[in-house]
Design a protein. Structure first.
Length: 366
C-alpha cells in the first residue's frame, strides 16, 4: 500500500541535527582518509598486472562511495558547491561499487558515450542520484531482470538514463513519485526521500528528470543536465610535478593513522617529515630542529589547543613557514578566523589533492 511517512517523526531541532552530522563527518572522514590514502599508495606501488591491483581498486572505489555517502548526510547542513564532474567516471564508479548489492539475478549494463563531457554538480550528490535510481530499479525486480545505465549527448545537455525491466508503475504512482515521504515500499524499508532528493539535486544543477513506466514493463528515468562549457569527458591531467628537493614538512595530527598516512604520502614524494601529536610536541620540535622547516600541516582540532593556535605559535617561532590546515569537519563548520594562515584541505583527501596543495602553498600559489 502507498503510504506517506509521518513528518512528525523527523527531528525538529535542525541545529542539533547539524551538529550531530558534523561530528559524524569528522570521525568518519578520518577513517576514510586512511583507507583512501593507503589504497592509493598501494595502487601506485603495485605493477599493472599484479593480481592484487583489482582488490586495491575496489577498496579505493568503495571508499569514494563512502565519501559520497558522508557528503549526502551533510547535505542539509552545508552546501559544498558544484564542481566540473565527468559523468561517465561517476557512473562507472557507482556501477562497480553497487554491483554486489544489485545481486546475481539482475544484469547490470552500462552504455557510456565516450564523448559525454562534464556537468557542474557536486560529486557526492551526483553519485547519490545514480545510487538512488539503481537501488529503486533493483527493488522493482525481485525476480531478477536487466538494469541499464546510459549516457549520451543531446544538444547542449548530457543525458543520463536508468532503466529496468521490473514491475513498473501505474499513473497514480508516477504522479506522486517525487513527493517527499511518498513510498510504495513496506514500512521500515523506505523513507520516501530518495526520489525527492534526486529531483532536488537535478533541479539545483539546472536540469530536469522525467519518468516513463508501464505496469509489468519496467521503468525508465531520464535526467538531462546542462553540459559545462568547454568541458570534455577526458580524464583530468596530472599537474606538473615540482621537485620537492630537501623541503621539510612538520605534520601535527593527533590521530596516529592519519598522521602516518600523511607522513607516508609526503615521504613517497621525497619530502622530509617531522611528526607531532599535539601543540607541545610540535613546539618542542620547532625549538630543537636545527634545519629549516618549510611547511606546517596541522589538524584544526588538537588536544588542548586548536590547530590555528599551533600555527600562530609555530609561525612566531619560524617566520616564513607556510601553513596548511586539515580537518574532518565540514568546511562550513569551521569559523574563518581559524584559517588565518593558510588553506584548508578537507578530509578525506586524495594523494593528488594533498601533494598539489603542498606544492601550491610552497610555491606561493595558494
Amino acid at each position: 500500500m502507498i503510504t506517506p511517512e509521518s513528518p512528525s517523526l523527523l527531528p525538529v531541532d535542525n541545529e542539533h541535527l547539524r551538529r550531530i552530522a558534523s561530528g559524524f563527518a569528522h570521525d568518519f572522514n578520518n577513517l576514510l582518509a586512511v583507507i583512501a590514502g593507503y589504497s592509493e599508495l598501494m595502487l601506485r606501488r603495485l605493477r599493472p598486472n599484479d593480481p592484487l591491483r583489482s582488490n586495491a581498486e575496489s577498496i579505493k572505489k568503495t571508499t569514494e562511495w563512502g565519501i559520497a555517502l558522508a557528503q549526502q548526510i551533510l547535505m542539509t547542513s552545508r552546501d559544498p558547491g558544484p564542481a566540473l564532474i565527468a559523468v561517465n567516471q561517476v557512473v562507472a564508479n557507482v556501477a562497480k561499487v553497487l554491483q554486489p548489492a544489485v545481486g546475481d539475478q539482475i544484469t547490470l549494463v552500462t552504455r557510456l558515450d565516450p564523448g559525454v563531457g562534464r556537468v557542474a554538480v557536486n560529486h557526492g550528490q551526483l553519485g547519490q542520484v545514480i545510487m538512488n535510481l539503481v537501488v529503486n530499479a533493483r527493488d522493482a525486480m525481485p525476480q531478477g531482470g536487466r538494469l541499464t545505465i546510459e549516457t549520451l549527448n543531446a544538444g547542449s545537455d548530457i543525458v543520463l538514463v536508468v532503466s529496468d525491466t521490473g514491475v513498473g508503475m501505474d499513473g497514480v504512482t508516477q504522479a506522486r513519485l517525487f513527493e517527499p515521504y511518498f513510498t510504495t515500499k513496506e514500512p521500515g524499508k523506505g523513507t520516501g526521500l530518495g526520489l525527492s532528493t534526486v529531483r532536488d539535486v537535478v533541479a539545483q544543477a539546472g536540469g530536469r528528470i522525467e519518468v516513463s513506466s508501464k505496469v509489468g514493463r519496467g521503468s525508465t528515468f531520464t535526467i538531462r543536465l546542462p553540459r559545462a562549457q568547454n568541458a570534455t569527458g577526458g580524464a583530468e591531467q596530472p599537474s606538473s610535478a615540482v621537485p620537492s628537493g630537501a623541503r621539510t614538512v612538520l605534520v601535527v595530527e593527533d590521530e596516529p593513522d592519519v598522521r602516518d598516512l600523511i607522513r607516508d604520502i609526503l615521504q613517497f614524494e621525497q619530502y622530509a617529515v617531522l611528526e607531532a601529536s599535539d601543540r607541545e610536541a610540535a613546539l618542542a620540535i620547532v625549538k630543537r630542529h636545527e634545519g629549516p622547516i618549510d611547511l606546517l600541516i596541522t589538524d584544526l582540532v588538537l588536544p588542548g589547543a586548536g590547530g590555528d593556535d599551533v600555527a600562530q605559535r609555530v609561525v612566531a617561532a619560524r617566520p616564513g613557514i607556510k601553513v596548511i590546515y586539515v580537518s574532518g569537519y565540514p568546511e562550513a563548520d569551521v569559523p574563518p578566523p581559524a584559517l588565518s594562515l593558510g588553506p584548508l584541505l578537507p578530509k578525506p583527501f586524495t594523494i593528488a589533492a594533498l601533494t598539489q596543495t603542498v606544492r601550491e602553498v610552497l610555491n606561493g600559489a595558494a
